[in-house]
Write a protein that binds this ligand. Structure first.
Ligand SMILES: NC(=O)c1ccc[n+]([C@@H]2O[C@H](COP(=O)([O-])OP(=O)(O)OC[C@H]3O[C@@H](n4cnc5c(N)ncnc54)[C@H](OP(=O)(O)O)[C@@H]3O)[C@@H](O)[C@H]2O)c1
Length: 361
């Protein structure tokens, strides 16, 4: 496979070690990813989460603060939402562009045509970027490798007869083309295989992409067994930086898994954050609390997750919701503590039904 070369300025000291997001520096999430210090993308008219973080990081780096030994690390030291692109079909490009116009800069997708229109994501971000005068460097693009069992058998974006390693490589090539990019900010294994041997085959291939500088961070999704996560973490040469899981009562809200993530600098990305917790969000208690903060129950839920140091995926198709969500993100980035006290956080955790009244505060 011929893999695209990274621009020289992106070749940084990622080889043979984990790119470790220094997360959970409560109350702010601090995420290190490699970025171009030389990029001229901090024009005054640009706004939005990744852009602001990027500009701040560049300023800090230029002042000699917050840089790694080569002065090339970007520190995304703010909490953020990730725009999720599942199930948007032919509306994907339009919705991604709307999300970007609203201020989203972090985007999640997958090389899984059954649920995601990855080419639409590529079209959406690149057209919105051109319109707003943004560059690739202003975005965080994350996609996933999905194994054969998660694909529509009639539409698998790689050769299913080849070994797992080759499937992962072909999938990456397709993603880069679909997303109109020569690197990914993150590549996530959509779900573990039934055996750790197979999971590690995919993982080792993903590690090789980091070593080649094509992918910056690697992670895993749909891993709800702590022992399995621990084993992957232990056996990985490049450790997982991301765990993307459903946040819901059936898994005890991943309480132990989230503790492991916290201890090991693994960014916990949540999905089903609103959908799985609809009943709790409809309670009078949550509605009242949200109202006192000038928020909807949904944006309060996102604030709750971000306060715990997690990153919610947000797949809204509604422009008003996009704007409300970004307004919340801006308030948090502006330093506002949405939850005034530990008691308020505990109350929210209790209404959700989280064990031990929640954690991380
Ligand atoms: N790794 C995996 O296996 C996996 C699985 C599922 C999803 N995901 C990722 O997670 C993303 C999000 O999916 P999700 O299942 O969490 O649900 P979601 O697609 O974000 O759905 C949230 C629901 O809440 C509603 N909503 C109401 N107020 C909202 C607000 N202020 N902001 C956002 N939504 C609001 C939305 O309706 P409106 O559209 O009307 O706003 C929507 O019906 C997906 O797009 C995908 O990227 C990953």
């Amino acid at each position: 496979m011929r893999l695209p070369a990274w621009p020289l300025y992106n070749i940084v000291s990622v080889f043979g070690r984990k790119i470790s997001p220094s997360l959970y520096a409560f109350p702010l999430v601090s995420m290190s990813i490699m970025k171009s210090v030389g990029s001229q993308s901090c024009a005054e008219n640009l706004s939005g989460s990744a852009q602001d973080d990027h500009c701040n990081a560049m300023k800090a780096t230029n002042q000699g603060e917050s840089s790694d030994s080569k002065g090339t690390a970007m520190h995304l030291s703010k909490m953020h939402l990730i725009y999720g692109t599942a199930w948007k079909k032919d509306d994907t490009a339009r919705l991604v562009a709307d999300a970007i116009r609203s201020g989203f800069r972090f985007i999640d997708t997958a090389c899984q045509p059954k649920h995601y229109n990855e080419p639409g994501v590529g079209q959406g971000w690149s057209e919105a970027a051109a319109e707003l005068g943004l560059t690739r460097q202003d975005f965080y693009l994350q996609t996933k490798f999905t194994s054969v069992s998660g694909q529509d058998p009639k539409n698998i974006p790689y050769d299913r007869t080849k070994p797992i390693e080759e499937q992962v490589k072909e999938s990456l090539e397709v993603s880069l083309k679909n997303l109109r990019t020569d690197y990914l900010d993150a590549l996530v294994l959509h779900g573990p295989y039934p055996s750790m041997t197979s999971t590690l085959k995919a993982w080792r291939t993903m590690e090789s992409f980091v070593e080649q500088g094509i992918v910056r961070l690697i992670g895993v999704s749909n891993m709800y067994d702590l022992a399995e996560l621990e084993e992957l973490y232990e056996k990985a040469t490049i450790k997982p930086s991301i765990l993307q899981n459903r946040f819901y009562a059936e898994s005890d809200f991943d309480t132990e898994i989230r503790a492991f993530c916290k201890e090991n600098d693994v960014l916990y990305q949540s999905f089903w954050t609103l959908t799985a917790n609809r009943d709790a969000l409809a309670t009078t208690e949550v509605r009242k609390l949200a109202k006192t903060k000038g928020l909807s129950p949904q944006t309060l839920m996102y604030a709750f997750m971000m306060t715990m140091g997690h990153t919610p995926l947000d797949g809204t198709t509604n422009l008003k919701h996009m704007q409300e969500d970004i307004a919340l993100e801006s308030r948090i980035k502006g330093g506002e503590k949405i939850f005034a006290s530990e008691d308020e956080l505990r109350k929210m955790a209790e209404v959700l039904g989280m064990p031990d009244g929640g954690m991380f505060w």
